[in-house]
Design a protein around this ligand. Structure first.
Ligand code: CU
Length: 120
């Protein structure tokens, strides 16, 4: 009798905690802030979109959908330099922008391909 009652209490406590912690937090967080991540598609020797605006701390992903290899690299004037390496078709690379600023980048293999990341 006693052991059956204590087992019920043990089962109910985690359940109540799960409901309490799950419900209100998912409400107050609201929709996912999409400016904390952004994806640039590489296709037809172009970056699409060629300018993205994100919050500081955001991760930008480049996804190569092109037949050609591409190579995302920061412009020399950028506050933080990055070189994401050679990307073959189907390859995805990303970079996390931890400081505000205007970041220009280009394709190391095709200098005419240019893009911008604005970090707020
Ligand atoms: Cu390229």
């Amino acid at each position: 009798m006693t052991s059956a009652r204590s087992r019920v209490v043990v089962c109910l406590v985690p359940l109540a905690w799960a409901i309490a912690s799950c419900g209100p937090s998912s409400q107050s967080d609201g929709p996912v802030d999409s400016s904390l991540s952004s994806t640039v598609v590489i296709a037809d020797d172009d970056f699409a979109p060629n300018s993205v605006t994100v919050e500081s701390g955001a991760t930008v992903t480049w996804s190569n959908h092109d037949e050609n290899d591409h190579w995302v690299v920061s412009a020399p004037s950028d506050p933080i330099q990055f070189d994401l390496g050679r990307e073959a078709n189907g390859v995805t690379v990303n970079f996390t922008f931890v400081a505000p600023g205007n970041y220009s980048y280009y394709c190391k293999l095709h200098n005419f391909m240019k893009g911008t990341v604005v970090v707020k």
